[in-house]
Unconditional design. Structure first.
Length: 318
């Protein structure tokens, strides 16, 4: 990698990955963003940036040409809870956007990294020592786009020779950007609530463990897989195998771990656990949109507690 474009550079992964890449490489490390989500501070000042809307193929191509890009990190996506509220937009960004990136990569000879997720798995996936190649039947729009993205990336590699690479991430723990709607974001959101002295409503039941990974480990995986010799990829040598590599969770995480960490005499935690079957009181927007439901209409843009708990009932993704 010499010249890299990060699409979605101001998001959870992108904000940290962009800075990490700039600390390693001397070429153009371009922070791609959309209006309203501009890079700020060191992210804006330490290197080039460009407006890159993943739904605009021409815009992607122009940026690749201008900065002589050889590698694209495609990080644009709606996370789990948001994707459930806006499934059409999630598909447009997750699949339509990926198609645009792969077409640009095909014509302009770029390598592409698109992160996948353990959200590709579903209720029928083996839960103990989950195999690399196994049943993928997600029941969330986020998971559906990730499975489809894995398949489309494989197709472009086999059919056109595009160097597509990916890893399946578990939930990622980070503090640089605020929680953005991922299923495991509660593990970070609780600290924001404690710092503000607010009550925190946990979207899952007490004693539930979720797979999570520390962000620096995820950055290392995203960089090293793009630096790796492609001849060493076992899955790429076998057309019957998926070329997405799964990262085992680095941490089994339970809500009580946050509680213990916060009992330090500085912050007091006020936590309310969800049962996984009954939501908290809906906000006014939810009640107005779906008055006959005592839970949530599942379309709340404000992500009220009822929305979070309702989604926690059947969430499978990260």
């Amino acid at each position: 990698m010499k010249n890299v474009l990060i699409i979605g550079s101001t998001g959870q992964i992108g904000s940290e990955l962009t800075m990490k890449l700039r600390s390693i490489y001397n070429g153009n490390i371009v922070a791609g963003y959309i209006p309203g989500a501009e890079p700020k501070g060191e992210l804006a000042e330490s290197g080039p940036s460009a407006i890159v809307d993943i739904t605009n193929e021409q815009q992607i191509a122009e940026t690749v040409s201008k900065y002589h890009i050889d590698t694209i990190y495609n990080l644009a996506a709606l996370l789990s809870a948001v994707a459930e509220a806006k499934p059409q937009l999630a598909w447009k960004i997750g699949m339509g956007g990926l198609f645009n990136v792969l077409e640009v990569a095909r014509t302009m000879k770029c390598a592409v990294f698109t992160p996948s997720s353990i959200g590709v798995f579903g209720n029928n996936t083996p839960k103990d020592k989950t195999p690399q190649d196994t049943i993928r039947n997600p029941r969330t729009m986020y998971g559906v786009t990730k499975v489809s993205g894995e398949l489309l990336s494989d197709y472009y590699n086999i059919r056109f020779g595009v160097d597509t690479r990916s890893v399946r991430f578990p939930g990622l723990i980070s503090y640089v950007t605020p929680p953005g709607g991922g299923t495991t974001d509660y593990a970070v959101d609780i600290y924001y609530s404690a710092a503000k002295g607010e009550k925190f409503v946990c979207p899952i039941g007490k004693g539930t463990y979720m797979d999570m990974m520390y962000m620096p480990d995820a950055l290392r995986a995203a960089i090293e897989i793009m630096e790796a010799d492609p001849s060493k990829f076992v899955h790429r040598k076998n057309d019957d195998l998926d070329s997405t590599y799964e990262l085992l969770a680095a941490l089994g995480y339970e809500m009580a771990d946050d509680e213990k960490a916060l009992q330090d005499g500085t912050h007091q935690l006020f936590a309310v656990y969800g049962s996984g079957s009954k939501a908290d009181t809906p906000c006014d927007k939810c009640k107005a949109a779906h008055p006959e439901c005592d839970k949530c209409c599942k379309t709340c843009d404000d992500h009220c507690n009822a929305f979070q708990l309702c989604r926690g009932e059947d969430a499978e993704d990260v």
